[in-house]
Write a protein that binds this ligand. Structure first.
Ligand SMILES: Cc1cc2nc3c(=O)[nH]c(=O)nc-3n(C[C@H](O)[C@H](O)[C@H](O)COP(=O)(O)O)c2cc1C
Length: 283
């Protein structure tokens, strides 16, 4: 895979080929990629539950449907529920600092430092007690969510490399009625933080999916020395990235409207943003 090109063309896919199954090994490769992602303290809190259309229980599929943006949930061949669990860091029930085990493991893997005996002692007497006082804060920093995002992003790129498309769908809230139902049906531990549902399948829409999505101007996002002081964009670099396929033609491409009409018809999708029927508000 040419990485820059993959970043450019790998686009959120919302329309899947409903009769083409996704090979189990391709899903495994996505999960393998997530497993290898960097994670603070190597805690690897990210978890995933895979569901395959026609094989997983239908009531679980029904529980996933959300009010917006979910037409693909009705035809995607695979859905992955990504979430993370607190006990990968700290087990509130037993008081065990799992994170400490992972730090000791890193020491044994000779990741840094010169003397393993000294390192293990330092972990037990200084580092782990320090973390233990502050697990509530650590769970809320966003660091874990960010690292889960890295794992999910790696899975996304592998999916692309295997000819698949993906779309993340936010789970809404941690504790809404839909989330409560999901927790029960999927037997999630109390400590689970729901992240996203990811639809996976072979794209029915073209790979360009209508063109590169609008993104905010570069200088508005990235700075030097202080917030608001733009990191100046070198247009020669932009040209190079265009040649490498990372920066591509912006959406909408000229055929997109026709393509959307075709996709909606082919998959019998009721448009999300349709106005109410003319008589909807009459008695
Ligand atoms: C965490 C997350 C949640 C998302 N939730 C939804 C969603 O609920 N429905 C949807 O249609 N798209 C969803 N998306 C897809 C975004 O809308 C999409 O990434 C964005 O339009 C940019 O397109 P691109 O990914 O092709 O660059 C989500 C993406 C992420 C990363």
């Amino acid at each position: 895979m040419e990485l820059k090109q993959a970043i450019g063309i790998r686009r959120t896919i919302r329309f899947y080929n409903p009769y083409r199954k996704v090979e189990r090994e391709k899903i495994q490769k996505m999960l393998e990629a997530a497993r290898l992602a960097s994670f603070w303290g190597n805690v690897q809190a990210l978890r995933a539950i895979v569901m395959v259309r026609g094989e997983s229980p239908p009531e679980k599929w029904d529980a996933l449907v959300a009010p917006l943006g979910t037409s693909q949930l009705k035809h995607a061949p695979v859905v992955i529920l990504w979430y993370w669990v607190e006990e990968a860091i700290f087990d509130r029930k037993t008081g065990h600092a799992t994170q400490g085990d992972r730090l000791h493991e890193l020491t044994d893997a000779r990741v840094m430092g010169l003397d393993p005996v000294v390192e293990h002692r330092f972990l037990d007497t200084v580092v782990i007690p320090y973390f233990k006082q502050n697990y509530d804060g650590i769970m809320q920093t966003g660091l874990t969510d960010m690292d889960c995002g890295q794992g999910i992003a790696q899975a996304t790129l592998v999916a692309y490399d295997e000819g698949l498309g993906t779309c993340c769908i936010g789970t809404g809230s941690l504790d809404g009625p839909r989330e409560k139902k999901m927790r029960k049906l999927f037997k999630l531990p109390e400590s689970a933080h729901l992240l996203v549902l990811m639809t996976v399948g072979y794209p029915l829409e073209s790979r360009e999916a209508g063109g590169q999505r609008p993104k905010l101007p570069f200088e508005q996002l990235y700075f030097v020395n202080e917030h608001g002081n733009p990191f100046e964009r070198d247009l020669r670099v932009v040209e190079e990235l265009k040649r490498d396929g990372m920066i591509q033609a912006p959406a909408p491409l000229e055929y997109r409207q026709k393509e959307l009409e075709f996709l909606h018809k082919a998959l019998e999708i009721v448009p999300n943003f349709a106005p109410p029927a003319p008589n909807a508000n009459k008695d």
